[in-house]
Design a protein around this ligand. Structure first.
Ligand code: CS2
Length: 482
């Protein structure tokens, strides 16, 4: 039986399974190792690699995070999957062949073998923002329980690390032991200066295990920063059926994405890379302006819609954007962000912000994409550090209130109070902070405790705490009395 389809549905469609006999073509040699085989990797890096002019030279071995079944399903199709580009006008289908091996992330020995292989030139990462275990000070939180556990496993040689970065450190140690040449690690998670963040996290873990390995990594591994963009909701059973109906084969692992895709990269590739520019990737010297434009305007608006929208009873981005209260909040946040978007070389015009904002409204409004707010709401304590805090700080430094950025934080706080589940590495501490706002506590105490999880220095600023407290309740019932 094919994975992912209900038995009765599978029986109803007697179709061949997608495999390389349906899509003939040579399998490229593995030269890229990817950590975080999810929908976004397939719609983005795998798609760019598939479209590169030299795709035949660049195969990807992709490792899942925690889901062996996802690796199994893709491996049964020999790594092939269908990318469904979904616009308001309809769907188009493309089979992507760049993933040549799909592996369960728990297979750390295979990861080490591939990262150590001399022909491997690039390691790409989509492991989620929270996986970098950044403390509120922006450095690796070495006290995070899973970091502590991985360090114990690495040091005792008694087992395989379980976090993506612990696994990467283990694999880089194997590359060092094999005497292989330098390579590039390309972070594709939505973090500011994501190459530097990845470097700090990897070097931090390595240094706590084996200081010589940390020195080798600093010396030999190039950490490339990137800004990645393509809206990719979770695949549903209806998507599997749409592929079967339109393509005439059964694909257990299709991915649906918007037509838009963007990839900006900055950094060195000491062992080479695919010609991703053939597929539209852009290589720049100074990535920060592009990164901020995307993180604040797109991801910031996403987080605002995720919390405000759910408080207002909406389910998808398109629904939330159609609500005037949410839309006004987004526009106000964009206005604040815009004041701090300076553009490459200080030339804001190069960022084409009015056109970017206009395009975002169209992208968010694509009702056929069904991008669930619940998916975006995860890991808020980490995401807000990148999406709301820099704008709030810049606004206040300029003598303005930063009320629109503060409203995003207030909406997150209200959401964490009423949500059935809060998926966040700090979920326990969020729940404890929310209890401060109960009958015995005060709204200000609660806001300050929650804010401390996002940014401790802001939590000590009484004006900011007061501002956020005032804004709580904007999108629904005030969860806590002032
Ligand atoms: C979203 C992103 O889930 C989220 O936090 O904001 O996944 C967003 O859809 C992508 O960055 C779009 O490129």
């Amino acid at each position: 039986m094919s994975v992912g389809l209900q038995p009765e549905k599978a029986a109803a469609v007697d179709l061949p399974r997608l495999d390389r006999t349906l899509q003939p073509g040579t399998k490229a040699p593995i030269r890229i190792v990817h950590l975080g085989l999810g929908a976004f990797h397939r719609s983005h890096q795998a798609w760019y690699t598939h479209r590169a002019g030299d795709a035949a030279d660049w195969g990807i071995a992709a490792f899942t995070g925690r889901r062996p079944d996802a690796a199994l399903a893709l491996a049964e199709q020999d790594g092939l999957f269908t990318l469904v580009e979904r616009s308001d006008g309809g769907d188009s289908f493309d089979v992507v062949g760049s993933i040549v091996e799909a592996v369960d992330g728990a297979d750390v020995q295979r990861l080490a073998e591939l990262v150590a292989a001399p022909q491997t030139a690039v390691v790409t990462l989509t492991v989620t923002e929270a996986a970098y275990r950044l403390g509120a000070d922006g450095q690796l939180d070495r006290s995070a329980p899973d970091v502590v556990a991985d360090l114990a496993l690495l040091s005792s040689d008694s087992g395989n690390p379980t976090t993506p970065l612990g696994r990467l450190v283990f694999a880089l140690a194997a590359r060092r032991a094999a005497g292989a040449d330098p390579l590039a690690v390309v972070c594709c998670d939505n973090l500011s200066s994501n190459g530097t963040v990845a470097r700090n996290a990897v070097v931090g873990i390595a240094g706590a295990w084996d200081p010589q390995l940390a020195v080798w990594i600093k010396d030999k591994v190039s950490f490339v920063s990137t800004s990645v963009d393509r809206i990719t909701p979770r695949t549903t059973d209806a998507d599997l059926e749409a592929v079967a109906a339109s393509c005439g084969y059964r694909d257990t692992s299709p991915v649906v994405a918007e037509p838009f895709a963007n990839w900006v990269l900055s950094g060195d590739f000491p062992a080479g890379r695919p010609r991703w520019e053939d597929a539209g990737a852009v290589f720049v010297g100074d990535i920060e302006p592009y990164e901020n434009r995307k993180l604040w305007l797109l991801n910031g608006a996403h987080s605002l819609l995720a919390y405000a929208g759910q408080l207002r009873g909406h389910t998808t981005v398109a629904e939330a954007l159609a609500d005037p209260l949410c839309r006004t909040a987004v526009e106000a946040f964009w206005d604040e962000s815009e004041s701090s978007l300076h553009g490459p070389g200080g030339n804001a015009a190069d960022l084409q912000i009015p056109a970017y904002r206009e395009a975002l409204l169209v992208r968010f409004g694509n009702a056929r994409i069904a991008h669930h707010l619940g998916q975006i709401a995860m890991d808020g304590s980490t995401k807000l550090r990148m999406r709301a805090v820099p704008v709030l700080r810049a606004e206040r430094a300029a003598g303005r209130s930063g009320a629109a950025a503060a409203l995003m934080i207030a909406a997150w706080m209200d959401f964490t109070t009423v949500a059935v589940t809060v998926q966040d590495p700090l979920a326990d501490r969020i729940a404890a902070a929310n209890r401060l706002g109960g009958p015995e506590g005060s709204g200000l105490e609660r806001v300050s405790a929650l804010l401390a999880l996002v940014d401790p220095s802001l939590a000590g600023d009484a004006d900011v705490v007061g501002l956020i407290e005032d804004l709580c309740g904007t999108f629904g019932e005030r969860a806590v009395s002032p």
